[in-house]
Design a protein around this ligand. Structure first.
Ligand code: SF4
Length: 568
C-alpha cells in the first residue's frame, strides 16, 4: 500500500544552504509514487507557473487566485514568493492543493507588489517539501548578494551535467529538483544585472523550461528556444477592470532590448502593447502564466504568448523584452492542446475547447460507425464527444456520473472495495446505456487500465456495443520534456496494433485520431510537425541530445546515485 506523507506546515527555509545529503536518491523518491486512486490513467508531471509585478496591488492574493486556475497542472504542492519593491523576498510553499496550503494569514504574510507562484505535480519524483517551489536562493557576499526566487515548468535533459558542475564549484542544494539547478546557475552568476545573468545561463540549459523568477525589484519570465511548454503574457489594468483600452498603448521602442533575432517583430509588437514602459501609478501591470485561464480569474487580459527564447522583465518601469536565444526549431508540446491545458485557455491563438471539438469532428470523419449514442468519459472526453456528436448527428448523453470530489486520496480502498475500482470516480447510468450501441470518447490512453475498466462497466450496465474513439494518437514513447507517461513497456499501444489494443481493452472497435487530424484540429495544418513536439506519439524527439539524456537516466537507479531528476 502506498502511504503518502501527510502535509506538515513548515516555516520558510533559507535556501542555498542545503546539504548534499539532503538530496534524495531516486529510489527513495519513488516510494511516494503512484496511487491506485490517482485522478487519471494519463500522462502526469505538469506544473503551472505565474508571476506578476503590480505596485499597489496584493501580488500574493492575485497569485493565489491565478494558481487556483492553474491547479489542474499540479496538485502535489503549491507555493508563492512575494516581496515589496526593494524589500525582502518571502516564500511559502507546502505539499497540498492551493486551497490547503494558503490561508488568509499566509497571504497577509506574503504581502508585496511582486509575486511568483507555482503548482507542482510529480508522481515519479519525490513529493517532499524540499521539491516544492518557488525555489529561493541567496548567493554572494553582503556587498554583492543576489537573492532570487524561481518557479519552473519543464525538464532539463542536461540536468546531471549541470548539477555535477555546480557541485564541483562547491554549490550546495536543498532539493532534487532541476529547477534549483537553474536557480543556482543564475544566482551564482557574476553578471551585475539579473537579465545579463539569465542571458548567459540560458544557452547552457537544454530541454524544456518555462520559468518565472523574481528579485526584490522585478519579475522575470523566460522560455526555452523551442517553446516546448507554454507561457503567456497578460496585462492587468486597474483603471479599466483589467481590460485595458487602446488608449493606454504608449510603448516605445526603447523598452525592447533585442540582442538577437526577431528584433523587428518584437519592436513592432511592443508598440502595440498597452503601457509598455509605463511605471508605478500607470495602472497598467503585467503578469505571466502557464495558461491564459489564470488571467481571466484575476481580471487580466491575455496579450500574447512569451516567445520561445524571449526574456521578459516586469518591473516598476513597465515591460521589457529581449530575445536572448536565437531562433531554434520550434517544438510546442502538441499534447497541451489535446490534454494538459484547461479548455478555456488559449494557446498559439487557439481556444482549446474549440480545437478539442474539432478533434471529435475529425475522429468521426476518420472512423464513422453505426451507433445509437455518443457518450464522453467525463470530463476528459467532453469537448471531443460534443464535436463527434455534432459531426455524426448521433444523439449525445451522459453515460457516467462523475464524483468530482474523488481525486488523490490518502486512504486506499482496501481489498473489498478495490474490485469496484473506478466506480469511486465514475458511476455508469444503466438507464441511458442498456441496449445501446455506444461511441465512447476520451482524450488519451496510456496504460489502458482505466479504459479497460470503463469498457467493462459499460458492458455490465447493458451496453450492446462499445466503440472507443480517442482524440489523440497512440502513446508509444516516453516524454523527456517534463511529462511522466509511464515506461514504454507499460504503454498499452507500445508494440501492439490498434486491433490488438482493442482486444486488450475488450471494446468492439477502437480508433485513435491521426497525427494529421490533430494538426488539422489545432489549425497548424500540414506543416504543424515542424513547429511542434509529438514525440510521445511518433518517437521523433525534436531536441538533439534527448537520447543521451535517456542514457544518463538509465545510470541512476542501479547505482543509487542521488541526482537531481525531479521534474517541475
Ligand atoms: Fe508533449 Fe509528448 Fe512532446 Fe512530451 S513528448 S513534450 S508530452 S508532445
Amino acid at each position: 500500500m502506498a502511504v503518502r506523507p501527510t502535509p506538515v506546515r513548515r516555516a520558510v527555509r533559507p535556501s542555498g544552504q542545503g546539504h548534499p545529503e539532503g538530496v534524495l536518491p531516486l529510489q527513495q523518491s519513488r516510494l511516494d509514487a503512484g496511487s491506485s486512486l490517482s485522478e487519471r490513467d494519463g500522462p502526469r508531471d505538469e506544473c503551472g507557473v505565474f508571476g506578476i509585478c503590480a505596485p499597489g496591488h496584493e501580488g500574493s492574493r492575485l497569485s493565489y487566485f491565478a494558481l487556483y486556475a492553474l491547479q489542474h497542472r499540479g496538485q502535489e504542492s503549491a507555493g508563492i514568493a512575494a516581496a515589496d519593491l526593494g524589500g525582502q523576498i518571502v516564500t511559502r510553499r507546502e505539499l497540498g492543493l492551493v486551497s490547503q496550503v494558503f490561508g488568509e494569514h499566509d497571504l497577509r504574510t506574503l504581502a508585496g507588489d511582486l509575486a511568483i507562484g507555482h503548482v507542482r505535480y510529480s508522481t515519479t519524483g519525490s513529493n517532499a517539501w524540499e521539491n516544492s517551489q518557488p525555489v529561493q536562493r541567496s548567493e554572494g557576499t553582503h556587498g554583492s548578494r543576489r537573492e532570487l526566487a524561481l518557479a519552473h515548468n519543464g525538464n532539463l535533459i542536461n540536468a546531471v551535467q549541470l548539477h555535477n558542475e555546480l557541485l564541483e564549484r562547491g554549490v550546495t542544494f536543498s532539493s532534487t529538483s532541476d529547477s534549483e539547478i537553474i536557480a543556482a546557475l543564475i544566482a551564482t552568476h557574476p553578471a551585475e544585472r539579473i537579465e545579463d545573468a539569465i542571458a548567459e545561463v540560458l544557452p547552457r540549459l537544454r530541454g524544456a523550461f518555462s520559468i518565472v523568477a523574481m528579485t526584490k525589484d522585478r519579475v522575470l519570465a523566460f522560455r526555452d528556444p523551442h517553446g516546448l511548454r507554454p507561457l503567456a503574457l497578460g496585462v492587468l489594468d486597474s483603471h479599466n477592470g483589467g481590460r485595458p483600452g487602446v488608449g493606454h498603448a504608449s510603448g516605445s521602442d526603447d523598452t525592447a532590448e533585442t540582442v538577437a533575432g526577431n528584433a523587428g517583430e518584437l519592436s513592432a509588437r511592443k508598440r502595440a502593447e498597452p503601457g509598455a514602459g509605463e511605471g508605478v501609478g500607470s495602472g497598467v501591470h503585467y503578469c505571466v502564466a502557464s495558461e491564459s485561464c489564470a488571467f481571466d480569474i484575476i481580471g487580466a487580459r491575455h496579450l500574447r504568448d512569451v516567445e520561445p527564447g524571449e526574456l521578459v522583465t516586469l518591473g516598476p518601469d513597465g515591460l521589457h523584452s529581449r530575445i536572448v536565444l536565437p531562433d531554434a526549431r520550434r517544438a510546442f508540446c502538441v499534447f497541451e492542446y489535446i490534454y494538459f491545458a484547461r479548455p478555456d485557455s488559449r494557446m498559439n491563438g487557439q481556444a482549446l475547447q474549440v480545437a478539442r471539438g474539432r478533434m471529435g469532428e475529425i475522429l468521426w470523419r476518420e472512423a464513422p460507425v453505426e451507433a445509437d449514442l455518443v457518450i464522453a468519459v467525463p470530463d476528459s472526453g467532453n469537448a471531443a464527444a460534443r464535436g463527434l456528436a455534432r459531426a455524426s448527428g448521433i444523439p449525445q448523453d451522459d453515460g457516467f456520473v462523475k464524483n468530482r470530489y474523488v481525486a488523490r486520496t490518502f486512504i486506499q480502498p482496501g481489498q473489498e472495495l478495490r474490485k469496484h475500482g473506478l466506480r469511486l470516480k465514475f458511476n455508469p447510468l444503466p438507464e441511458v446505456i442498456a441496449g445501446r450501441r455506444l461511441v465512447v470518447v476520451d482524450d488519451s490512453i496510456v496504460r489502458g487500465n482505466t479504459t479497460r475498466q470503463i469498457v467493462q462497466m459499460l458492458r455490465d450496465a447493458g451496453a450492446r456495443e462499445v466503440h472507443m474513439r480517442i482524440s489523440a494518437p497512440p502513446i508509444k514513447h516516453p516524454c523527456h520534456y517534463g511529462i511522466d507517461m509511464s515506461t514504454r513497456e507499460e504503454m498499452i499501444a507500445h508494440g501492439r496494433t490498434t486491433e490488438e489494443v482493442a482486444a486488450e481493452l475488450g471494446c468492439d472497435s477502437l480508433h485513435y485520431l491521426s497525427l494529421a487530424g490533430v494538426y488539422e484540429a489545432v489549425g497548424a495544418g500540414a506543416g504543424g510537425r515542424q513547429s511542434h513536439c509529438d514525440a510521445c506519439f511518433s518517437g521523433e524527439y525534436p531536441l538533439d541530445g534527448t537520447g543521451e539524456a535517456n542514457g544518463k537516466y538509465a545510470l541512476e537507479e542501479p547505482a543509487g546515485i542521488p541526482l537531481p531528476l525531479v521534474q517541475a
